[in-house]
Design a protein around this ligand. Structure first.
Ligand code: HSE
Length: 320
C-alpha cells in the first residue's frame, strides 16, 4: 500500500489502416498522473489539452480509480489527483484510453497491485469498448488485440527500430462516436478477406522489419473509405504519401489525425510533411504536425527519489 503514486502513459494510434479495433501502437507523446490518498478530493489539471475537463468527482481519472478500488474490494473515497497531458483531445491519438490506463495503473499501484495487467487490460477494454488504444497504452510498442465483449487477448512487440511517425493533426475535433456512425453495418465477404490479408501482412511486416511491405499492408476497405468524407484531404494523402517518402499512411484511430510511417533515414522528410499539410490546406483544413516515435514501454511508474513536486517532474520530463 502506498500514499502516493505517479505514472507516465503514452498516447496511441489505432487500426494502422486495416486492423480496425485490433491493432494499436504506443506513441512518444505522454500524459502524467499523480494520485494520492486524501482527506478531501481535489483534482488539478495542467496544460492546454486538459482545459474544460471536470475537476469534481465526475472526472474520468477519479471514476476509473473508483472502479479499480471497487473491483479490488477496497474503499478509498477521497483522492488527490494531478494530471498533465501533451496529447491533443478528440483527434485520434487515444487520449481517453491514455487517461483510463493511467488512472487504472495508478489506482492499482496505490493499493498494492492486487489486479494483474491482464485484468486491467480487460477492464479498460470494457470501458473503451475496443482494445486497440488501451492495449497499446498499457503494454507499449505494437499491440495486436482481440476482444469478444468479455475477454481481451493481446500480443505486443517492439516495432522495427528505424520507424518514425509523422502525425498530421487537423485543427478540428472528431468524436469517435461520430466517426463510428459513418461505418456500414455490413461488409462484403470480399472486403473482409481483403482486410484479413492486409492486417496479417502488416503484423508480419512489423514483426520482421519488412519496411517494403508497409505501404501495401496498410491499405484498408473496412473503415477508412467510409470515414474519408469526415477528414478532407485524407483519401489523397493515403494514396500519395508512399510516393512522397512515407513507408505507409493511415487514419489514426477514428481520426481526424492522419499519420505516416517514415524510415528514420528518409532523405525528404520535410517534403513529405509539406505535402501532407498542403493537401489538407487545399481542402480548407489547417493542421499541425509532429515527428514522434513508437513508445516501447507502455504505462510506467515515475520514481520519485528526490521528493520532487508533480510539476518539477513534468518540467524535467517534457521537452520544450
Ligand atoms: N478502433 C477505433 C475506431 C479507434 O477506429 O473507431 C478509436 O480510437
Amino acid at each position: 500500500m502506498k500514499n502516493s503514486v505517479r505514472v507516465k502513459i503514452p498516447a496511441s494510434t489505432a487500426n494502422l489502416g486495416p486492423g480496425f479495433d485490433s491493432l494499436g501502437m504506443a506513441l512518444s507523446l505522454y500524459s502524467y498522473i499523480e494520485m494520492k490518498r486524501a482527506e478531501e478530493t481535489s483534482i488539478s489539471l495542467y496544460g492546454e489539452h486538459l482545459k474544460g475537463i471536470p475537476t469534481d468527482k465526475t472526472n474520468l481519472v477519479y471514476k476509473v480509480a473508483q472502479a479499480v478500488f471497487n473491483q479490488a474490494g477496497v474503499l478509498i473515497p477521497e483522492l488527490g489527483i494531478s494530471m498533465y497531458s501533451e496529447i491533443p483531445l478528440t483527434r485520434g491519438l487515444g487520449s481517453s484510453a491514455t487517461t483510463i490506463i493511467g488512472a487504472m495503473v495508478a489506482a492499482n499501484e496505490l493499493i498494492g497491485s492486487p489486479l494483474t495487467r491482464e485484468e486491467l487490460f480487460t477492464m479498460a477494454t470494457q470501458m473503451e469498448k475496443h482494445p486497440d488504444n488501451v492495449g497499446a497504452s498499457l503494454f507499449g510498442g505494437f499491440a495486436v488485440c482481440a476482444w469478444d465483449g468479455s475477454t481481451a487477448h493481446h500480443i505486443s512487440f517492439d516495432p522495427p527500430e528505424h520507424l518514425e511517425v509523422l502525425v498530421v493533426i487537423p485543427r478540428f475535433e472528431l468524436s469517435t462516436t461520430k466517426a463510428r456512425e459513418a461505418l456500414p453495418s455490413e461488409l462484403s465477404f470480399q472486403d473482409a478477406v481483403y482486410n484479413i490479408g492486409r492486417t496479417s501482412l502488416l503484423v508480419g511486416a512489423l514483426a520482421s522489419g519488412r519496411y517494403d511491405l508497409l505501404s501495401a499492408a496498410m491499405k484498408d476497405k473496412l473503415h477508412q473509405p467510409y470515414r474519408a468524407a469526415l477528414v478532407p484531404g485524407m483519401a489523397e494523402i493515403l494514396e500519395e504519401a508512399p510516393r512522397k517518402g512515407a513507408l505507409g499512411a493511415a487514419l489514426s484511430g477514428a481520426g481526424p489525425t492522419v499519420l505516416a510511417f517514415v524510415h528514420q533515414e528518409e532523405p525528404d522528410k520535410q517534403g513529405l510533411e509539406a505535402y501532407m499539410i498542403e493537401t489538407m490546406r487545399a481542402q480548407g483544413i489547417e493542421a499541425d504536425t509532429m515527428w514522434i516515435k513508437p513508445d516501447l514501454r507502455g504505462a510506467q511508474l515515475v520514481s520519485d527519489e528526490h521528493q520532487s513536486t508533480f510539476m518539477d517532474i513534468i518540467k524535467g520530463e517534457v521537452k520544450a
